[in-house]
Design a protein around this ligand. Structure first.
Ligand SMILES: [Zn+2]
Length: 331
């Protein structure tokens, strides 16, 4: 019963892409036990955290379950969607979230991002405590004990390098696949829930309602000019926080990937990749961050120039080949 395991060691086997596709096919097939949406949300959380690993490819449960808890809050509370394959029953995670919602008397409309820091920590801690017991061993078992080492005591995983490289190279298609399977499950087991445009909801369930908190963090480093065109941005309302590597690819908000841009650059860049001279500028900007107090943030602790360069390269490999640069540059 692998889903009951509390610790698991990665099997040392040589894996090629074909084997790993086989493991993902199995996870999403009817052969894998999927009585709840747990495995789909865990895979989604892993993909969101690909660049939060350290150089040994270790990832903390705090990081992993921040994503996991956020996704579930938005699915269960905000969208009112059942997460188990039985009507009239609730998955454990639903019970936890409904209890927290009742405890703080929170309206259903609130997305995770809008909860107070205190409530967010409460949600993450409780979801992590309960769900780690069932989900970490389950995914490990589905991949024939090859995807990661995990330990529910130390609350760390170490991802298999072959799986890690595979997830980087096929990140976009794995995201599509996971979102599609999750939406399919939710459609099947939700009669009353908010099932209109389900795939769109699942795709956007991780997106922040506002990037304002990053604006305030970045202003300490920014001299008032757009990162791309150099134009002076006079008002805060005209300043946009932009994901240098598009959000649709990274699905995460690491400060080392965020810049302040003018409205026109942000809108015209949209879902495109900026050309590579901006990659060099961002590397320099991030070197500046390393000399400030922001260096203690958890996303900066795992930052490296190599990680950003790899992410840029993998976004091209994943189809972001439409390079963008502003029409007019002010020097
Ligand atoms: Zn601009």
């Amino acid at each position: 019963m692998s889903h009951k395991l509390q610790v698991g060691e990665m099997k040392e086997v040589y894996l090629i892409d074909k084997d790993i596709w086989g493991h993902f096919n199995y996870i999403f097939s009817s052969k894998s036990k999927n009585s709840t949406t747990y495995k789909f949300v865990l895979v989604k959380s892993l993909l969101e955290n690909l660049y939060n690993v350290n150089e040994r490819l270790e990832l903390t449960y705090d990081s992993l379950f921040s994503s996991f808890a956020k996704i579930y809050w938005n699915l269960v509370i905000h969208h009112n969607l059942n997460q188990i394959n039985m009507t009239g029953k609730k998955a454990e995670v639903q019970k936890i979230l409904h209890d927290i919602q009742a405890k703080y008397q929170l309206p259903q409309t609130l997305v995770f991002d809008k909860l107070s820091h205190e409530v967010q920590i409460d949600v993450i801690t409780k979801v992590k405590r309960k769900c780690k017991l069932n989900v970490m061993g389950a995914l490990y078992g589905d991949t024939g004990s090859t995807i990661y080492d995990f330990d529910n005591k130390t609350e760390m995983i170490r991802i298999n390098p072959a799986f890690y490289s595979f997830m980087q190279r096929f990140q976009r298609v794995l995201n599509y696949l996971t979102n599609y399977q999750l939406a399919l499950f939710l459609e099947k087991f939700n009669d009353q829930g908010d099932t209109t445009n389900l795939l769109l909801k699942v795709e956007n369930v991780s997106k922040r309602a506002s990037l304002d908190q990053f604006y305030y963090l970045l202003t300490s480093l920014y001299k008032g000019n757009c990162f791309y065109c150099g134009k002076l941005i006079k008002k805060k309302e005209s300043a946009h926080v932009d994901h240098f590597i598009p959000w649709s690819f990274v699905q995460a908000d690491q400060i080392w990937n965020l810049v302040i841009a003018c409205k026109s650059c942000n809108l015209s860049k949209n879902d495109k990749l900026a050309d590579d001279r901006y990659l060099s500028s961002l590397i320099d900007r991030n070197m500046g961050i390393l000399e400030t107090d922001l260096v203690h943030r958890s996303d900066m602790k795992v930052y490296s120039e190599r990680k950003l360069t790899d992410l840029y390269k993998y976004s091209i490999d994943n189809g972001f080949t439409d390079f963008w640069a502003p029409k007019k540059i002010i020097i």
